[in-house]
Design a protein around this ligand. Structure first.
Ligand code: OOG
Ligand code: MG
Length: 266
């Protein structure tokens, strides 16, 4: 008999458990302890199964998000490679009124640069310049991340399976084109209750946000998936995420892309 304990988890049961945690707003231990052999390819299969469950409930794909594209995020989360995950229409944060802490498990909020695509992008082999050619508009964005894992403690495989801690997102109202904004130089100030707690420029995202867009096209291309015209793409947080509670007011001020405000209540 081998001493390795065989995991009783399957891709399907992990996907079902992640969606249950999201629905019931409960966290759980990560899977990698129970399933040490869980590999990245299987983790993406799990992610795709969670997408299938969202689509079966009537959700629609609106695009993708990148995760862990900045050093700040990689160091804090102890995962050093970028990942890609699905965005569906149910993840759009209502802009009327404050966000509700009770809609999430343990929300954290982070500033993003966002693009929409005007042309399909299919990897592998997409360069940052080719990626930029497919961009329709550039927007500010704010993402609410909400890991299904206790204390946001996870491995690369765990967080891939968990759709990169997807929660909700909102985009700003100022839309620019690529020639109008220097994406690497576009800065953000993160304010919590009126005090600046962090700042970064777009260069925090893999040296240039176009690198992240190309990486998304190439990671998806390796799985046979084309990024489609019309998709929204969150390029990954420029700074660490801010944990929020009822009463917190956040403001994200961008150099050229406007400001996004988000208040929180119970
Ligand atoms: C993983 C999701 C990371 C980003 O923008 O880097 C992410 C996490 O930090 O829980 O969305
Ligand atoms: Mg993010």
């Amino acid at each position: 008999m081998s001493e390795t304990t065989q995991s009783t988890w399957t891709a399907e049961s992990v996907a079902a458990e992640l969606i249950r945690c999201e629905d019931e707003r409960v966290d759980r231990e990560s899977f990698s302890d129970d399933w040490p052999d869980l590999d990245v390819a299987t983790a993406y299969q799990i992610q795709d199964l969670t997408l299938a469950k969202r689509l079966a409930r009537g959700g629609q794909i609106v695009g993708v998000k990148l995760g862990l594209t900045s050093k700040a995020k990689q160091q804090t989360m102890s995962v050093d490679s970028p990942i890609v995950a699905w965005l569906t229409d149910g993840m759009v944060l209502p802009t009327e009124g404050p966000a509700k802490v009770s809609d999430f498990i343990h929300p954290r909020v982070e500033p993003e640069l966002v693009v929409t695509l005007k042309a399909d992008l299919r990897g592998p082999g997409v360069t940052p310049a080719q990626a930029l050619d497919a961009v329709g508009s550039v927007l500010a964005g704010v993402e609410v991340i909400d890991s299904r894992y206790r204390n946001f403690r996870f491995t690369h495989q765990d967080v891939v399976a968990d759709n990169a801690s997807s929660g909700a997102y909102v985009t700003g109202t100022v839309a620019k084109t690529v020639p109008e904004v220097d994406l690497a130089l576009e800065a953000v100030l993160v304010e919590v209750d009126g005090a600046v707690v962090d700042t970064a420029t777009g260069a925090a995202i893999m040296g240039h946000p176009a690198e992240a867009l190309a990486a998304a096209a190439n990671m998806l291309g390796a799985r046979g998936i084309t990024m489609e015209a019309g998709w929204v793409v969150l390029l990954g947080a420029m700074t660490d995420a801010v944990p929020v509670q009822a009463g917190t007011t956040l403001a994200f001020h961008y150099t050229n892309l406007g400001s996004i405000y988000l208040s929180w209540e119970d």
